[in-house]
Design a protein around this ligand. Structure first.
Ligand SMILES: C[S@@+](CC[C@H](N)C(=O)[O-])C[C@H]1O[C@@H](n2cnc3c(N)ncnc32)[C@H](O)[C@@H]1O
Length: 162
């Protein structure tokens, strides 16, 4: 996210819920990035705001389908009109992706992910189709597009004034 008017000095706020992820990020980001631990479902509490852009990488796939609308509402609430929003995530590639082990009544899919200690963990991982992504942002946005590569997809759009 970026909220400085000087195009040469972009303030970026980067959020994750886990301190471990933030520690990894801390070794990789430049000085204009502020790392915060927070809950992506509680963005209404975020200060300062508004921000003029948002990017989320490999997050959408972990949102239960039932929570996507509320998550987007919270995100859009801290962005200014005209903000650019980009999501990027994995496509399901047979033979390459961890197989889907389960699908629940909401259509959410899960993988069994092994750790080095031999344990396996059930992880929610959705692989939305292009039409589903576009339907999620059909209202209040402009220029929504989905880009697809072999292993990844990206959804981009512009937020309209409320
Ligand atoms: C697949 S990882 C992606 C991490 C990072 N964005 C990247 O691209 O490398 C998903 C991340 O979502 C974070 N996460 C899970 N639930 C969250 C929540 N409610 N709020 C914020 N972050 C959350 C996890 O801690 C994890 O780091």
């Amino acid at each position: 996210m970026n909220r400085f008017s000087d195009p040469q000095v972009h303030a970026v706020l980067a959020m994750d819920g886990a301190p471990q992820t933030l520690e990894i990020a801390r070794t990789r980001v430049p000085a204009n990035v502020t790392l915060v631990q927070g809950d992506a479902y509680q963005l209404a509490a975020l200060e300062p705001r508004p921000w003029d852009a948002a990017f989320a990488g490999f997050w959408w796939s972990h949102i239960p389908r039932q929570r996507i609308a509320a998550f987007l509402q919270g995100l859009h609430g801290v962005l200014q009109p005209g903000a650019k929003v980009v999501f990027m995530d994995n496509r399901y590639v047979p033979g390459s992706s961890t197989p889907i082990s389960e699908r629940d009544a909401d259509g959410d899919t899960y993988q069994q992910r092994p750790l080095r200690d031999g344990s396996a963990h059930r992880v929610l991982k959705n692989f939305p189709e292009r039409e589903e992504l576009l339907a999620c942002v059909a209202h209040g946005t402009a220029d929504a597009q989905v880009h697809e590569w072999q292993h990844f997809w990206a959804l981009e759009y512009t937020l309209l004034p409320r």
